[in-house]
Design a protein around this ligand. Structure first.
Ligand SMILES: Cc1cc2nc3c(=O)[nH]c(=O)nc-3n(C[C@H](O)[C@H](O)[C@H](O)COP(=O)(O)OP(=O)(O)OC[C@H]3O[C@@H](n4cnc5c(N)ncnc54)[C@H](O)[C@@H]3O)c2cc1C
Ligand code: SF4
Length: 328
């Protein structure tokens, strides 16, 4: 059985207190929300904080409010998000659906929106016990020097595996980050780096306090997920599609893939292809082709990688057909 190492657990009740605790703990301190990512990682010694600072006792991080769109606190659980009456039956249903597709009910009861958006990147050579990783002399993401997926590569290719992050990038959400120097707001797309080790642009002391969803002004979005076991697994391909309608035509579109890179990957060519169309079969086929080319999954998650690449076309097609069907 894998056991947690010894650590100090702190429970602030305000943002100010949490930031002070993190400053005290320095690089050995880590925030935790539901703990469904951090604690398994600590058991495998992938992350080794000596002080863990829980964000769950800070009331403002658990609020959901309407103000020029929708603001969702980072510690809202995935279960709350997927069932919330101000999210599920509204323009934001793709957010609720992506949250509902995460893992299992138990993990969604604990796991939070903020933890999902800050989720560690994943790789078959990394998500293993300490002894397993030691047997291969580790890898550059933790304790080692080489990447076993691409041995001549200077970077880590671990995969962004959050279900909700691609939706946030697709709909143009903004993240509110708070540190001792104040608050800043970043577009979701700019929160992520295409690097398996430094996958967030967030500073270590910054707390993701809330996510702002844009006002519902004529857009629609969907999220589809490919995984082995429909009741449990991480995505090996996530497909978030967003369109803004102008009458029967698409005025603007964004397609974002999860599970194929170290960040949610926006397919800009595919979005451009759809503008001005009515999502006719030809336009959808062109967008699917545009998404197929840059989707370059590596051999570090589940399934055969060439099959996963082929599935990009299928998932883009299904997502766009759903958007078209909903419009008509
Ligand atoms: C068996 C299993 C299956 C899973 N399947 C899926 C899946 O299908 N899809 C999926 O997307 N995820 C999956 N997960 C991962 C995880 O359960 C979810 O992503 C969950 O939403 C993480 O939220 P959390 O609150 O538990 O994160 P935590 O573990 O508390 O935190 C995760 C990381 O985010 C940081 N963090 C958390 N909140 C904040 C904040 N507000 N500000 C700054 N930093 C913060 C923590 O420091 C930590 O580094 C799975 C996990 C397990 C164990
Ligand atoms: S992609 Fe390479 S460096 Fe990154 S976790 Fe996997 S094996 Fe390690």
């Amino acid at each position: 059985m894998l056991r947690l190492p010894t650590f100090t657990y702190r429970q602030p009740t305000s943002l100010r207190e949490a930031l002070a605790m993190k400053a005290d703990a320095g690089p050995d301190g880590s925030y935790v929300a539901g703990g469904t990512d951090l604690y398994p990682n600590m058991k495998r010694r992938q992350q080794e904080p000596r002080t863990v600072i829980s964000l769950m006792g800070i009331p403002e991080l658990r609020a959901v409010g309407r103000a020029d769109g929708m603001t969702i606190g980072a510690c809202v659980t995935l279960t709350q998000l997927s069932t919330h009456p101000a999210v599920r039956p509204t323009a934001y249903h793709a957010v609720a659906e992506a949250a509902e597709l995460v893992s299992t009910p138990l993990l969604r009861n604990m796991g939070t929106l903020g933890g999902n958006l800050c989720l560690d990147t994943r790789c078959n050579y990394y998500d293993q016990s300490y002894e397993w990783r030691k047997a291969i002399d580790f890898c550059m993401k933790k304790d080692g020097a080489i990447c076993w997926v691409a041995p001549s590569s200077p970077r880590c290719w671990a995969v962004s595996s959050s279900d909700v992050a691609p939706v946030m990038v697709a709909i143009g959400a903004e993240y509110v980050l708070t540190s001792s120097s104040g608050e800043r707001v970043v577009p979701a797309a700019r929160f992520y780096h295409n690097d398996g080790i430094n996958y967030l642009t967030k500073q270590p002391d910054e707390i993701l306090t809330a996510v702002r969803l844009p006002g519902p002004d004529g857009w629609d979005a969907v999220y589809h997920k490919l995984r082995r076991r429909g009741s449990f697994d991480f995505p090996v391909l996530g497909m978030a599609a967003w369109v803004r309608w102008d009458g029967a035509k698409v005025a603007d579109a964004r397609l974002v893939l999860g599970g194929v890179a170290s960040h949610p990957l926006e397919i800009t060519d595919a979005g451009a292809t759809l503008s001005g169309s009515a999502l006719e079969p030809e336009a959808i086929a062109a967008a699917a082709e545009a998404a197929f080319r840059p989707a370059k999954p590596l051999d570090n998650t589940d399934f055969d990688l060439s099959w996963r690449k082929q599935m990009t076309r299928v998932y883009v097609t299904r997502a766009l057909e759903e958007l078209r069907a909903r419009r008509s």
